[in-house]
Design a protein around this ligand. Sequence first.
Ligand SMILES: [Zn+2]
Length: 168
Amino acid sequence: MSDKPFFRFHPGAYERGAFVRSLAPCDVCERPSVWLYDAAIYVAGEKPAVCARCVADGKLSEHLDGDFQLHDADMEDEIEDAVSEEVMQKTPGFSTFNAFTWPVLDGKPLAYVGHGDEDATWDDPAAVAAVKKLYADVYGETLDGPTPYALVFREVDGPRHVAILDLD
Ligand SMILES: [Zn+2]
């Protein structure tokens, strides 16, 4: 496995700082991390130092006996176990104000692509449309610019975007 694996449910993980460059040893594989995980692990007890390889390939899941999550989130019950595990335990986290329910379309979890206040979000017309639709649906008002209170997701293999609220 590459030292810098791609995460299809969080494609911007490295740019967003979910990992930092470090040669500190990974507690799971005991090799130099190269990309050391620097986001939350929701686990009882001590949080291991873990490399990107061990997050991606499931060795972290084995190390923690599957008893943890990388997101302060719930997954809908009907998602198949392997996919649910990929999202919750093999996909690097990102900061949110609150727990949230991971968005799903047609039985498939969506990929997290950014917050409503990131430049990349406002460079993507489909992401902007999703955030504006969210505000229109929830508040009945037009949003004029970036907001830190929206999380934007899109289909892994499709163009549809969905935004959800994350109020502080
Ligand atoms: Zn490792």
